[in-house]
Ligand binder design. Structure first.
Ligand SMILES: [Zn+2]
Length: 492
């Protein structure tokens, strides 16, 4: 397109260019008005509505390149999921992250179209959950789309913390059409009155006549004919005035998440939209409602580090365990550490289940800053914790830094080891000896002990661990003349 034509288009269609970066990124949903909604709107009172919050499972699929790059980041994901649940709070619907996040490295799906997207969903969908796929592009110029009873696709760029695209597509998945239903792809001269019908669908009027069948079929979403991204004015309405089939002037309401108003304007579903989504979940998706457990927001207090302790200098830098006191209601954590106290660069970030994490990517003789972001399947709004520090040393392994008379080699595996399993001890002895083993807590409490009579040479034996809370434990090994202590990390 040449420059003059571009400028001419800008003047002719200024409304096309919303002020945010998603001006030309629209919704690619192709479902129209789903059959379920037509049946529902014929007699909404026949459908039940729950007074209790409905909890709906969502499976999150993050799509990256074939070499495993380009994945949507965990921090953005938690922020976006937080916004999603806030958008659905008044609808008495809350989503929870079901199972582990599924990573899909596949160039074809990273930038997909509707057909390859459907193929991806058929391949990876988890039944009875809403499957959401976040990739680089779900189709050229698209922020996302919903395929009814198949899945939802979203672009990374439209799933930022303050965006409502995710809520918009889940609105579709729970049966809602656009408030401008019928106008999708329709080319209209907005200086003229709207026609009576478009493609056999009645156009909604300002006076509300036939509002239960015209447009989106909801009477509390007033007429809206804008089928492109638009920005609202300072009272949340469209800048463009439209004219209904009776010649009555109107401006579109930008507050609706299902409209094409920009993310700065939209924030809500209407009451009738909320009731339809509730009824849709209770009937068409009844089998999704298998776990109605309410989870509470995670605790927002300070982190209590167990290892490394605050300000510690540790002798090693490889395979450093991070262990902290569990935070109430948190089941998962993002662990971030950096050599920069503002975390503005070189941030290493991991998502972990439970209150420990082992890092193998630290550098020797560095001071590190680390913090946590706790979350659970329903609550992902919690901010990062306070920051803790420690300094690494130059030794390779924390489990190899002292030795004892009479032994020439010693390996303790696996380390970390799971509670209730066996710890394998592989050693070479210079002579026959009675070797005493004592497993202790860090405060010195004896947990289990054994005495092994071993001969000269290499031996491998197992120490059976009792069921223990996760954390650092000390294994003391001694003979008649010497002893050593090794740290053992036991995971729950
Ligand atoms: Zn849409």
């Amino acid at each position: 397109m040449n420059r003059i034509l571009t400028i001419a288009l800008l003047f002719l269609t200024p409304w096309l260019y919303a002020q945010n970066g998603k001006a030309n990124q629209w919704c690619g949903t192709q479902d129209g008005k789903v059959a379920w909604l037509t049946e529902y709107q014929a007699n909404p009172k026949a459908f039940s509505r729950s007074a209790d919050t409905l909890y709906i499972p969502v499976t999150i699929h993050l799509v990256g390149t074939s070499v495993g790059g380009g994945y949507f980041g965990m921090r953005n994901l938690l922020d976006a999921f937080c916004t999603l649940n806030q958008d659905f709070e008044t609808a008495n619907i809350q989503f929870y992250i079901e199972g582990a996040i599924n990573y899909i490295p596949n160039n074809t799906y990273y930038n997909h179209n509707y057909d390859t997207g459907s193929e991806m969903m058929v391949a990876y969908n988890v039944p009875n959950t809403i499957n959401c796929y976040i990739s680089n592009s779900p189709g050229e110029g698209l922020c996302g789309y919903s395929a009814y009873n198949l899945g939802v696709a979203l672009s990374k760029s439209c799933t930022q913390p303050d965006d409502h695209t995710w809520a918009h597509e889940l609105g579709h998945y729970l049966s809602l059409p656009h408030p401008f239903y019928g106008w999708e792809g329709y080319d209209h001269d907005y200086s003229l009155p709207a026609p009576e019908q478009i493609n056999g669908n009645l156009v909604e009027r300002v006076d509300g006549k036939d509002c239960d069948i015209a447009g989106d079929g909801f009477c509390d979403t007033p007429p809206d004919y804008l089928n492109y991204r638009w920005n609202c004015n300072n009272v949340g309405e469209s800048i463009l005035t439209q004219t209904d089939p009776d010649g009555v002037k109107l401006k579109s309401d930008g507050s609706f998440i299902m409209s094409y108003s920009s993310d700065e304007c939209s924030y809500r579903f209407s009451e009738e939209q909320q009731a339809a989504m509730q009824a849709n979940a209770l009937t068409d998706k009844a089998e999704f409602l298998y776990d109605q457990t309410k989870r509470f927001p995670v605790y927002s207090g300070p982190v209590i580090p167990v290892f490394p302790e605050e300000g510690d200098t540790i002798s090693t830098f490889k395979d450093i365990p991070f262990i902290w006191e569990p935070m109430p209601e948190a089941t998962h954590y993002i662990v971030e550490y950096s050599i920069n106290p503002t975390f503005s660069s070189a941030v290493f970030q991991f998502a972990t289940v439970g209150n420990s994490w082992i890092s193998s990517s630290l550098i020797k003789n560095k001071t590190y800053y680390w913090r946590l972001r706790p979350y659970n399947a329903q609550h992902t709004c919690e901010a990062y914790s306070d920051i803790h520090t420690f300094t690494t040393g130059d030794q390779i392994s924390s489990f190899q830094d002292e030795f004892m008379d009479g032994l020439t080699t010693l390996t303790i595996l696996p380390n970390p080891v799971r509670s209730g399993t066996e710890l394998n001890i592989n050693l070479s002895a210079e002579r026959n000896m009675d070797l005493q083993l004592q497993l202790m807590s860090v405060t010195g409490e004896l947990i289990t002990s054994a005495v092994w009579q071993i001969g000269q040479g290499q031996i491998i034996r197992s120490l059976t661990l009792p069921v223990l809370p996760g954390g650092i434990y000390l294994l003391r090994m001694g003979n008649a003349t010497d002893h050593l202590v090794r740290k053992v990390l036991i995971t729950p």
